[in-house]
Design a protein around this ligand. Structure first.
Ligand code: 5RP
Length: 242
């Protein structure tokens, strides 16, 4: 099975958790793409939901499929957030931001009662860090911010697209930080957050409730995360309908 099929398996499975009337956060990327397609199928069959997208790209896709969008002026909490990830460790800590949407993704995930992450099995790692950690920074003084990040032990590279600096949907830069194995993600997140000029890092710690994994054999595995207990959200008890 090729990778896109594994992504499809994981993405589509997540839609089993969607119920009538939910407010849903829609992540970004090629795995969530399949979730959105499946969601649209259910909406065409009569399901009513409202969605907050995490990127312009997702917004365009959702609108093109006829999904109803909303925003945080109307919704205080999202019933469910479905998003992808670039790496997932055994504690359900994530690296996100490969697509550059990490800031909106983190705002949306933090507003989610339940966060489901959809990945193909290549995203599962023992330790985070082989994937360079994306950090969104203000363009002003970005070189100084980069140097401060490098003092934390990485090589940081400003992301480019078509030989130009990549700009996020928020008009910021992404610095891809090559740390290698990250021994203590919690500490690193704190240290990065303290650097002036940093808007957000792609470390998503303790946010995911469940990881849905598309496996090479064509099966789907669901990993339940213990980590939301840290956030006092141990009440969540996800059960797919049926
Ligand atoms: C975008 C993200 C994506 O969720 C992440 O890059 C995974 O993408 P894909 O499903 O295409 O592998 O964090 O900012």
């Amino acid at each position: 099975m090729d990778l896109s099929n594994l992504k499809r398996l994981a993405g589509e499975r997540a839609i089993a958790y969607v119920k009538e009337g939910m407010a849903i956060g829609l992540g970004s990327g090629s795995t969530v793409y399949y979730a959105i397609q499946k969601l649209a199928e259910r909406v065409r069959a009569g399901l009513r939901v409202r969605c907050i997208p995490t990127s312009r790209r997702t917004e365009e896709l959702a609108l093109s499929l006829g999904l109803t969008l909303t925003d945080f002026s109307e919704v205080a909490e999202l019933d469910l957030v479905i998003d992808g990830a670039d790496e997932v460790d055994p504690h359900c800590n994530l690296i996100k931001g490969g697509g550059g949407a990490l800031l909106r993704e983190k705002i949306v995930a933090s507003a989610g009662k339940r966060v489901i992450i959809v990945v193909d099995e290549t995203k599962l790692v023992e330790r985070l860090g082989a994937f360079p950690l994306p950090v969104e920074v203000l363009p002003f003084g970005w070189e100084a911010t980069l140097r401060r990040l490098e003092r934390l032990g990485c090589r940081a590279v400003r992301r480019e697209e078509d030989s130009q600096p990549f700009l996020t949907d928020n008009g910021n830069y992404i610095l891809d930080c090559h740390f290698g194995e990250i021994a203590d993600p919690t500490r690193l997140e704190r240290e990065i957050d303290l650097i002036p000029g940093v808007v957000e890092s792609g470390l998503f710690l303790g946010l995911a409730e469940r990881i849905i994994v598309g496996r090479a054999g064509g099966t789907v595995e669901e990993l339940v995360c213990p980590s939301r207990i840290w956030l006092g959200r141990e009440d969540s008890n996800l059960q797919p309908p049926g």
